[in-house]
Design a protein around this ligand. Structure first.
Ligand SMILES: [Zn+2]
Length: 366
């Protein structure tokens, strides 16, 4: 008859607890989880050049000598662009330890939209690596173009008003204990770099100039992305446009319309291509477009939100990505991206209620 050893409680074994230092060490290490060495992340997708561990291969289509991977690009179906080359000074910032330590504060300083979430900081009170954790939903909101006379310019307004004191205004807009560590030289560099290269900054500045020349006191700016349905080239200047009109503009919840004077910040749809670039200018420094329903694969099927984010969070040969090198900001971006994926799933369920024959999704999304 087989006899199974019974696990006893610590109290029951207290009289047999190891006494010597060697025994205590052995007891400590025997309680740790068992680790398996999976080798190095040196295997490469044959289609897009993404790096993988060997164990991540698709078993069905792999041989021992020829592993296949598909999570990155769906067997070459998804091809998305990267900027042709990042400016060396911008890349050098990501090797600057002072910048990396406060990269979330620097990004917040240059965001054109505000980040709304219930961030749980308690998880970081103990020792260990930084963890970005939220509860509830994430929202990005964009305010008016004109600053509040009492609070002064914030977010997008910092790009347009009181430009002589832009660095001081940006430093003043940041709250928190990290504020004293922020470097005004880095802020000055980013002001110059984004002002010269970011499509959103250029577009909003042009819109304000047009409104000023036309002596418009009350106006609205509607953003639109000027890209073709099937995009396999690199992002180019002029891919973003705007329409300046009176403030009687009607808009849907999907559109981004920024009013010159508005009491309430407008919530941006997670499925809008400008959702991420407006919030993360340090990850999209040239104003590259985010996910759009118009993105197509090689077989003309649409690129899903999941495919889009999976493509860009893979490291690739000979490609430098600010997203993958942004440390703590990368964690925030990942959490944000996951909520976008979830929202797109809910959106799909909402629109296809009549086609779905599952009781558990009935009424979801309303
Ligand atoms: Zn691939």
């Amino acid at each position: 008859m087989a006899v199974q050893a019974k696990r006893t409680s610590p109290a029951a074994t207290s009289s047999y607890a190891p006494r010597s230092r060697r025994s205590r060490h052995l007891a400590f290490f025997s309680g740790l989880p068992h680790y398996v060495d999976s080798g190095d992340c040196t295997w490469v997708c044959e289609f897009c050049g993404a790096y993988f561990w060997y164990v991540e291969r698709v078993l069905k289509f792999s041989t021992p000598a020829h592993p296949r991977y598909s999570h990155c690009c769906q067997d070459g179906g998804v091809v998305l662009p990267y900027p042709s080359a990042f400016a060396p000074q911008f890349v050098a910032l990501y090797q600057n330890l002072n910048f990396m330590k406060d990269i979330m504060a620097y990004n917040s300083m240059f965001s054109m939209s505000s980040f709304g979430a219930n961030v749980d900081e308690v998880v970081n009170h103990d020792r260990g690596p930084y963890v970005f954790k939220i509860s509830g939903q994430i929202s990005h909101r964009i305010g008016s173009l004109s600053p509040d006379p009492i609070k002064g310019p914030r977010f997008l307004q910092l790009y347009l008003f009181d430009l002589e004191h832009e660095v001081q205004n940006r430093l003043r807009a940041i709250d928190g204990p990290r504020k004293r560590d922020l470097d005004s030289d880095i802020v000055q560099f980013l002001v110059t770099f984004l002002g010269a290269n970011n499509e959103y900054v250029r577009t909003f500045k042009t819109a304000k100039l047009m409104a000023d020349e036309s002596n418009l006191d009350f106006y609205a700016v509607r953003l639109f992305n000027n890209v073709a349905d099937c995009r396999y080239g690199l992002p180019s200047p002029g891919s973003l446009g705007c329409i300046v009109s009176g403030d009687d503009t009607t808009c849907t919840t999907y559109d981004i319309v920024v009013f010159s004077h508005s009491g309430r910040p407008q919530r941006i749809s997670k499925l809008h291509p400008s959702y991420m670039p407006l919030q993360y200018p340090l990850l999209f420094p040239y104003g590259e477009e985010g996910w759009s329903p118009r993105l197509k694969m090689g077989n003309r099927r649409g690129v899903t939100v999941n495919m889009y984010y999976a493509y860009y969070i893979h490291a690739r040969q000979h490609i430098w990505s600010p997203i993958l090198n942004s440390s703590r900001l990368f964690q925030q971006y990942l959490v944000d991206a996951y909520t976008c994926i979830e929202e797109s799933r809910l959106d799909y369920i909402t629109k296809h209620q009549s086609n779905l024959r599952c009781d558990y999704v009935s009424g979801v999304g309303f």
